[in-house]
Design a protein around this ligand. Structure first.
Ligand code: GLN
Length: 538
């Protein structure tokens, strides 16, 4: 019997360094609580001023994660969905930019009746109302709130202040503060150092927050004596210092937390009386990830190579698809400009699959087209996502359809064959932020195709993020030349997926399937692509 007692709030902050994996920690706590029968969700509060990451470079911010309702959000929301398998939406990510925008538009409307508008209480109240909104919309047992950035940053101060106040609004018994830190190993001294953690907790205490649970990230196991020291200096119970040692796979993290009793402690501290977490399914897939039977090489030919966070969801989708196929998918990162300069032969000769991912702008496009051609001619399994699908159409038009210099109007003007083009409603758009075709759209699948084999149904819905589309003026000609239009959006009359005849597996999709892949439920197209790559390898 699940005993529930009103919504509880868990605040996750981080200190010492950035990139600690707060998102993974928040997601792991989420998974454990969900598997104990609780209804949960996660909110990410980002202290930067951009209204959303949609207009930020992938090099700066990594992948933009798109939700069902079409929000362009922080990539941590991808982790949340992959771990807790709950759809996130616009309300699950708020930036300082959004908070200030709301307060300033209230001010312009005259809502503050002549009052002075200040960080406290106006900004902090707006932050708190964002937290309440998530609960009100979803009737949650637990909301986990992750504060982006590092404690001590100027820009995160209003957020820290808001979560400090929150405890008094909803009651001490309903809030819990979890703080992640980093324990460096100084090899010259042969020691793990706890001082940065002590300082980080001090910063938090100065801002009025005493963490209940500390999660120090570490490359080496923290000895008992060091844990005791952390507990003593940071004013935390010994058992509440839960080490987070680097793991071979992020999917192991919740299992480690669970064996360190993190979820038991959380439930006890929040007064939640629920059964232990059922992690059987999760454990099974983690075991597959850690013990692959096969190994297969797949190339990703893109432009944002070097920073793998740019393709975060694709990387994760391959881990899921790999585990389903009992295979380790070895990703070979190929800069498309390199293919453009050196040709595809040497670079792609030993891979068993080629994926061209999404992207913007013309840099490296000719290299991507060469990679598509190489996959088509050598019958190497090919998967084109968004821009990758558009490249597949351009390559087909040029080299099979006889449309010399066919291209997308994103890359060239005054084209004789603009096989990829803007829809008329996109032509009017001037503002860049939040104006692409975004979020979930339906797609009808043609029977007898790879798409149908993968999904096993004719109606699906997938998430989009793009401006350009296959130009309907050319689809008759392309089809006559053998291109298979395997997926369509009937309502908008748009091509959503293409395939080739006489090829083992060649699929291009206008949407982003990687966003909906889960560890315990790999995306069917990634699953089949990896299967085709394994067959090709044989
Ligand atoms: N640049 C292309 C467009 O806007 C593709 C976008 C993408 O790959 N996400 O249509």
């Amino acid at each position: 019997m699940v005993k529930k007692t009103g919504t509880k709030f868990i605040f996750v902050t981080g200190g010492v360094v950035s990139a600690l994996g707060k998102g993974i920690a928040a997601s792991s706590i989420g998974l454990l609580l969900k598997q104990r029968g609780l209804k949960i969700s996660i909110l990410k509060l980002d202290p930067y001023l951009n209204l959303d990451p949609g207009t930020m470079s992938p090099f700066q911010h990594g992948e933009v994660y798109v939700t069902e309702d079409g929000a362009e959000t922080d990539l941590d929301l991808g982790h949340y969905e992959r771990f807790i398998d709950v759809n996130m939406g616009k309300i699950n990510n708020a930036t300082a930019g959004q908070i200030y925008e709301s307060v300033l538009s209230n001010e312009r409307r005259g809502d503050y009746l002549g009052g002075t508008v200040q960080v406290i209480p106006h900004i902090t109240n707006e932050i708190k109302s964002r937290i309440h909104n998530v609960v009100n919309e979803n009737k949650l047992d637990v909301l986990i709130v992750e504060i982006g950035g590092t404690v001590g940053d100027i820009e995160s101060l209003p957020f820290i202040e808001s979560i400090r106040q929150f405890k008094f609004d909803v009651g001490t018994q309903n809030t819990l503060y979890v703080h992640l830190t980093y324990i460096p190993y100084i090899s010259a001294a042969g020691e793990l150092k706890t001082k940065p953690t002590q300082h980080s907790v001090k910063s938090l205490q100065e801002l009025g927050i005493q963490p209940d649970i500390l999660i120090p990230r570490t490359e080496q196991s923290i000895p008992k004596s060091a844990k005791e020291k952390i507990a003593l200096f940071c004013n935390v119970e010994k058992r509440c210092v839960i080490e987070a040692k680097d793991q071979a796979t992020i999917y192991q993290v919740p299992l480690e937390f669970n064996s360190n009793k993190l979820d038991d402690i959380i439930c006890e501290k929040l007064g939640i009386d629920v059964p232990a977490a059922n992690l059987d399914d999760w454990k099974k897939y983690v075991k597959y990830v850690k013990n692959p039977v096969h190994n297969v090489k797949i190339a990703i030919v893109g432009k944002y190579i070097g920073l793998k966070d740019s393709y975060k969801s694709i990387v994760e989708a391959f881990i899921h698809a790999g585990s389903e196929n009992r295979a380790k998918v070895e990703l070979v990162w190929v800069n498309s400009e390199e293919v453009e300069h050196n040709g595809p032969g040497d670079i792609l000769s030993d891979v068993s699959g080629i994926l061209v991912p999404g992207g913007f702008g013309d840099r490296g496009i000719e290299g991507k087209l060469l990679a598509v051609k190489y996959a088509r001619e050598n019958k190497i399994p090919f998967f084109g996502i968004c821009l990758g699908m558009q490249c597949a159409v351009i390559e087909f038009a040029r080299n099979i359809g006889g449309m010399k210099n066919a291209n997308s109007t994103e890359f060239a003007r005054k084209l004789k064959y603009p096989v990829i083009d803007l829809m008329s409603d996109q032509k009017k758009i001037k503002r860049k932020g939040g104006t692409m075709r975004l979020g979930a759209f339906d797609c009808e699948i043609e029977k007898g195709t790879n798409m149908y084999n993968a999904y096993g149904t004719t109606s699906i819905s997938e998430r989009h993020r793009h401006r350009f589309e296959v130009n309907n003026d050319y689809i008759g000609t392309l089809e006559d030349c053998g291109l298979i239009l395997s997926g369509r959006n009937k309502e908008l009359n748009l091509v959503e997926a293409i395939e080739l005849q006489d090829h083992p597996w060649f699929v291009g999709v206008q949407y982003h399937p990687e966003l909906k892949s889960r560890l315990t439920n790999a995306h069917p197209l990634f699953r089949d692509f990896v299967k085709a790559a394994l067959n090709f390898q044989k």
